[in-house]
Design a protein around this ligand. Structure first.
Ligand code: SF4
Ligand code: SF4
Length: 136
């Protein structure tokens, strides 16, 4: 039987191997554990506050959101907070400001938009664009 991946040296990994950022060997079903209860490694961006790298941030507008979960699925840093298929907001401790969530948001106007980091959420919401008409 092959070794658990966390006991392998870098030169034992095969192309395509999945590298987990968890502490120790994971013997539980990740889908059953909420992200905040998982034991992430200290070297993981999930457990480190890396939000201060960001210069622009996504702001969420709950008034137009349809809870489609696209942003949650596509965020590369697990920074969209959702519970029971309902969007709850953005985790600014981990969000890098990549803007991918905005790209995949399907509403008109979008329910996530990028703003400068220094902009308050209240100010950003007050500048939200109107719905675009066909052809605009
Ligand atoms: S900006 Fe990027 S990292 Fe931040 S929530 Fe959106 S997709 Fe995730
Ligand atoms: S992609 Fe847009 S509409 Fe869908 S859950 Fe995220 S913010 Fe809401």
């Amino acid at each position: 039987m092959s070794k658990p991946i966390n006991e392998m040296g870098w030169d034992e990994l095969v192309p395509g191997a999945a590298l987990y950022t968890f502490d120790g060997y994971v013997d539980y079903n990740l889908a059953d554990i909420q992200p905040e209860d998982r034991k992430y490694s200290e070297t993981s961006s999930k457990s480190m506050s890396v939000g201060d790298w960001r210069v622009i941030k996504p702001v969420w507008n709950s008034q137009t959101c349809i809870d489609c979960q696209n942003c949650w699925v596509f965020c590369p840093d697990s920074s969209i907070i959702a519970r029971n298929k309902e969007m709850k907001g953005v985790d600014y401790e981990h969000c890098k400001g990549c803007g991918l969530c905005v790209s995949v948001c399907p509403t008109n106007p979008k329910s996530l938009l990028m703003f400068n980091e220094y902009e308050t959420v209240e100010d950003a919401l007050s500048k939200w664009p109107e719905k675009k008409k066909r052809g605009e």
